[in-house]
Design a protein around this ligand. Structure first.
Ligand code: OGA
Ligand code: MN
Length: 297
């Protein structure tokens, strides 16, 4: 079992362990889990991944999240991100899947808008386009560590409002149904997330972060834009070009990611499982001070 670095200071390819090994051997799992906590992004190549293997692997890391209300994967552990219809044909440009793809192209972290956000996501490539369709990652842990101690102390305990509508409304105010709006009210989180396993802190920001409690909206927006630009600055990201059989697991507490465009006449299908954060993952500390906690529950 070994790890080979892939990104600028974060991310590693895992060799000599498959998803199935990690799902069936305690020793392989312990190796992969330690690598995940350290590198934030793990790449597995050449996997013969099935839905069952992906779920079995993901379950080892914690409880799985169900698909969102009103989405294609509602009620399932498997989130399908695809422009290919059930009959195998390409979905037309007006299909909602293209708006979903556009929203995924904003820098984000998965499910920060849920009352129980995601610790990790596991994404497997099922149909890969010949060009484009990459996924790009940055480390919000390294971004935090690049800030001066004075800046860190100003930011560390700010309370940030996250909502699915903050990111979706940037793409199209009609992207969310009234049912989805009602099901996903805004939640508040501290601006930083400390991982109790290694005592390292990350900026917890995303396209879903829209406001800062106690700060005028324009100032909050400028600060969030500045921090997102800082985290994703040139030279600090890893662009993954997908190959058949690739699986990537990322730490939503310590990274942001975004999808990249691909030609509209080409199919792309990815399947995601998502692992919920628990207090053992540092969630308790990310809850904001008591006066704001009501909104987060
Ligand atoms: C995701 C996601 C981007 C992509 O699965 O959470 O943002 O490139 N995917 O498909
Ligand atoms: Mn995502």
């Amino acid at each position: 079992m070994q790890t080979i670095p892939i990104g600028p200071g974060f991310g590693a390819e895992v060799r000599g362990v498959s998803l199935l090994d990690a799902a069936s051997s305690a020793e392989a799992f312990a190796y992969v889990e330690a690598a995940f906590e350290e590198h934030s992004i793990l790449l597995f190549r050449g996997q013969e991944v099935t839905d069952t293997t992906q779920i079995a692997y993901s379950r080892g890391f914690g409880p799985l999240e169900l698909g969102k209300v009103g989405s294609r994967s509602a009620g399932s552990f498997l989130g399908v991100i695809s422009n290919i219809g059930d009959d195998g044909s390409l979905l037309p440009p007006e299909d909602n899947s293209w708006l979903v793809a556009a929203a995924n192209q904003l820098w984000h972290t998965d499910s920060s808008f849920l009352a129980r956000p995601a610790k990790a996501s596991v994404l497997s490539a099922r149909t890969v386009p010949a060009t484009g369709g990459e996924t790009e990652f940055c480390s919000t842990r390294l971004a935090w560590e690049r800030l001066s101690p004075a800046r860190q102390s100003e930011l560390q305990d700010l309370t940030v409002e996250h909502a699915y509508f903050h990111s979706r409304d940037m793409i199209d105010p009609n992207l969310m149904t009234p049912e989805q709006r009602a099901a996903m009210p805004a939640v508040n989180w501290r601006m930083t997330w400390r991982n109790p396993k290694n005592d390292r802190r990350s900026l917890y920001i995303a396209s879903h972060a829209g406001r800062i409690i106690g700060m005028p909206d324009a100032e909050a927006k400028a600060l969030l834009d500045e921090l997102r630009a800082h985290a994703t600055a040139e030279g600090h990201t890893y662009l993954h070009q997908w190959r058949d059989g690739d699986v990537i697991m990322w730490d939503n507490r310590a990274c942001m990611h975004r999808g990249r465009p691909w030609p509209a006449d080409t199919g792309r299908k990815m399947v995601r499982t998502t692992i919920k954060a628990t207090d053992a993952d540092g969630l308790a500390e990310v809850r904001p001070p008591a006066s704001f906690a009501a909104a987060a529950e």
